[in-house]
Ligand binder design. Sequence first.
Ligand code: MN
Ligand code: MN
Length: 460
Amino acid sequence: MDELRKQLFYEQKNGYDLISADEHVAAEEYCRSYIDFLNDSRTEREAVINAIRLAREQGFVEYQPGMALTPGMKVYSCNRGKALMLAVIGKRSLADGVVIAGAHIDSPRLDLKQIPVYETDELCYFRTHYYGGIKKYQWVTIPLELHGVVVLKNGEVVDVRIGREPGEPRFVITDLLPHLAKDQMKKTMSEGISGESLNIIIGSVPYADEGKDRVKLAVLSVLNDMYGIAEEDFLSAELTAVPAFDACEIGLDRSMIGGYGHDDRVCAYAELKAIFDVKDPVRTCVCILADKEETGSDGVSGMQSRAFDTFMEDLCAAQNVDVRRCFEKSFCLSADVTAAFDPLYPDVSEKRSEAKFNYGMGISKFTGARGKSGTSDASAEVVAYLRRLFDKAGVVWQMAELGKVDQGGGGTIAMFMANRNIDTIDAGVPVMSMHAPFELVAKLDCYMTYKGVLAAYSDD
Ligand code: MN
Ligand code: MN
C-alpha cells in the first residue's frame, strides 16, 4: 500500500528537505544582494536607476533603433525612467519566439497631492493620495521617507530623497490615542482611518516674523534651501512617501526577509539576476520591469503601453521577423508575488491550493476574482511545460491560488501579455502581509524564483 500511495498521491515537500547545503549557501548570498537592492529601490524610478547600473556592469548597452543584434548581445531600453526592458539575444531567430519574464517595480505608497502643503493650528502637513491597494490604518504611526522628482517649469528635474540616509529627518502620520478613540474604535477597519486623513506632518516651528502661515513659510524655506523649489513646483512633482523601514532578516533562524516593496521588487530582482546569469541562451531572453501594475497597468509606463511592443518590433525588425510570429511562439513568466498561507488567518485560505513559505516559487495557473474574472488562465499545456522545466532544473516550486473562492482576488500583468498572443503563466514569491508597509517573504522562495526564471531563460 505504501508503494501504491507513493505512486499515486501528490505530496509536497518543504524546500529545506530538498535543497543541498551548497544551495542553502547560494540562497543566503542571493538574498543578501536582494536586500541591498530593495533598500536602495524605494520607487519605480530608483529601481530603474539601480537596474540600469547593475546591467551596465554586466555589459548591457542601451538599445538604439537600427542597431545590429547578434547572438549574445545584451541591450536595455528605459521607458521614461519608470520602466525597463532588457534583452539578451539568443542563438535562434526571434521567429522562434522569445522567453519573457515580466515583473513590476511599483509598490503601494502614499503619493503627495499636487497642492500638498498646508498649515493648520501652527503645524504644517503634506496631503496625500494613496497609490495601489492599501489598508489605510497600517500607514499611520510608522516612519516615512520622501522620494521622487520635482520637475521645474523650465523642465529641469530635481531629485528628492529625504529620510533614507541615517541622520536625515523622517515623517509620520499621527493616530488618535486609545484614551480618546472611543468613537474611532467603533468604526470598521476601512473607515477608522480615511484617505483624506492620511496627512503627513512636516513641521512645527514658525518663521521668525509676523503674519499668517508662519510654519508653512518656514518649512517651504527649508525645501527652498535644499532643492531650490517653491510651492508652485509641487504642481509638476511626483513625490511619494514610503515606509522608512530597512529590509532585514526576520526570525531567530534568519530564514525570512521583512521589507517594504517585496511586491514586486522581489520578482524584479530575481529576473534581473537571472538575465545577468544566463549563458549563451538559445532563445532571446527578455526581462521586463514594468510600472503601474498596482493601478491596473494602464498608462505609458504600464504593461498595457505600446512601449513593450515597440521594443519587440524593433528587435524583430533587426532580424526581419514579423513580431506577431515572434509573439505566438513566445513564452512569458509573469513574475509577481502571490499570497502565502498565513496560519494566523486560516479562514480566508484553502490550504491545499495556497502557497506556503519555503515550498518554493509559487505557480498560479490563474488569478482573478469570483469566477476567474480578470485572468488569462494559463493552459494545461503551459503548466505541463513548467513542470518539466522546473523538475529538470531542480527548481523547488508549488501551485498557488490566491485565497478561498469568492474571498477576494487579484491580478498581475499576465493577462496583458497573454492578450498579445503570448503563452503566459503567473509565477512568483509567496508573501505574507502583502501591500503592508512591511511585507514578509521566505529566503528559500526568493532564491527559487531566481532559479525558476533562470531555468526558463536557459531552456533550449
Ligand atoms: Mn504584484
Ligand atoms: Mn500588488
